[in-house]
Design a binder for this molecule. Sequence first.
Ligand SMILES: NC(=O)c1ccc[n+]([C@@H]2O[C@H](COP(=O)([O-])OP(=O)(O)OC[C@H]3O[C@@H](n4cnc5c(N)ncnc54)[C@H](OP(=O)(O)O)[C@@H]3O)[C@@H](O)[C@H]2O)c1
Length: 170
Amino acid sequence: MNIILILLQSLDGYIAKDENDDLSWGTKEDKQFFRDKTKEIGTMVMGRKTFESMPPKAFSNRHSIVLTRDPVQYKGYINNHGTVEFFSGAPEDLVENLEGRDIKTVALIGGGGVNTAFLEAGLVTELYITIAPVILGSGIKGLGGDQNTYFNLVETWQLSTNEVVLHYSI
Ligand SMILES: NC(=O)c1ccc[n+]([C@@H]2O[C@H](COP(=O)([O-])OP(=O)(O)OC[C@H]3O[C@@H](n4cnc5c(N)ncnc54)[C@H](OP(=O)(O)O)[C@@H]3O)[C@@H](O)[C@H]2O)c1
């Protein structure tokens, strides 16, 4: 299974100042890259807090899976822009579930909580990290865990005047 982690982070390694951060320190070019890449992949996996931080139209034309320990709270939830489902379980359980449905590639779009859970389980196969030219000073970390996981650099490119993207694979 290919699990492709996509994130925008500051120079000092934060993905948000706090849970209410609207990520306005990111650029329109990064938002476009995120939209294009996730539409190409087709399925997005995210944590419940990330889901809550996104407007409904951000799920358009994609299949989304939200990890929450309390999926019942979303019973009857309908998104008019795209298919959204709620899943409770460990990363390994989700992978087994997806493989049972013949879904072979997903975009893991954060936040730090679920990214870390998938990294600790050794399930992330690729990373696209946009580096924003800003120091936030404090906030939410996007990557965590205490494992020594090394990735290979596949490519880098300049996304906008002051931003680069780093693409790694396992
Ligand atoms: N810059 C970026 O690229 C980027 C990307 C994504 C998000 N963000 C920002 O990051 C913030 C949210 O990140 P976050 O780390 O606080 O939360 P998160 O990872 O989005 O969500 C955490 C929640 O996911 C659920 N969950 C289910 N299984 C889990 C597991 N095995 N491990 C961890 N969580 C699990 C839990 O929901 P329940 O409490 O419902 O059980 C948990 O509270 C927001 O501010 C968002 O704007 C930034």
